[in-house]
Design a protein around this ligand. Structure first.
Ligand SMILES: CC(C)(COP(=O)(O)OP(=O)(O)OC[C@H]1O[C@@H](n2cnc3c(N)ncnc32)[C@H](O)[C@@H]1OP(=O)(O)O)[C@@H](O)C(=O)NCCC(=O)NCCS
Length: 158
């Protein structure tokens, strides 16, 4: 009988732990030009207002997402998937699990900001039902000095 699980198919989503801070900082550095230190990641992971989840086999962190919750609203602070895993549905699985976890905490409206030129992220967010509710001109400053607009997206949760 054929092995039913492809090794490339996305593994389970689990809560982030404080011990994941170095892996989160490394993955954040890989995904964004502004880095987060391990200490900054640790501070977020112990903050009860922040919900963090990881995707990866065993204790590996091949993707993570962090949201800050306030009453029945939350904002995605960041989501990143390791370069070697991109395009394989890991981001979608992670984000869908995150929507469920936030909903379970009583969150009813989820917001985020995304660089207008970030096609992969915009495709991911559209795929899981986010809608544009605003646009902030010149919001991001790139390493080359150029600026880019941020789109503000919203997703209602059940
Ligand atoms: C954005 C990111 C998290 C997506 O993760 P991923 O695991 O590659 O996404 P998935 O494979 O689950 O793809 C989700 C959807 O987006 C689409 N998508 C993914 N990469 C794409 C690309 N390069 N171009 C166009 N669409 C893309 C997929 O086709 C998929 O849609 P589908 O389900 O209809 O096929 C990943 O590219 C990343 O870490 N980027 C760097 C960090 C970043 O920009 N984070 C977002 C900050 S707002």
């Amino acid at each position: 009988m054929a092995w039913p699980f492809s090794p490339a198919s996305p593994p389970a989503v689990r809560p982030l732990r404080t011990a994941d801070a170095p892996a989160v900082a490394a993955l954040h550095r890989e995904g964004f030009h502004t880095g987060w230190s391990v200490a900054e990641c640790e501070a977020m992971l112990v903050d009860p207002a922040i919900l963090g989840q990881a995707i990866g086999a065993g204790t590996a962190v091949d993707g993570f997402v962090l949201s800050r919750m306030a009453a029945d609203e939350a904002e995605i602070l960041t989501i990143a998937v390791a370069r070697k895993r991109r395009g394989g549905g890991w981001g979608r699985k992670l984000l869908q699990a995150h929507l469920g976890a936030l909903s379970g905490r009583g969150v009813r409206q989820l917001f985020l900001e995304v660089d207008e030129g970030n096609a992969p992220a915009r495709a991911l967010y559209a795929r899981v039902g986010f809608e544009q509710v605003g646009r902030r001109q010149g919001y991001y400053r790139k390493p080359d000095g150029s600026v880019a607009a941020a789109l503000v997206l919203r997703r209602a949760l059940d």
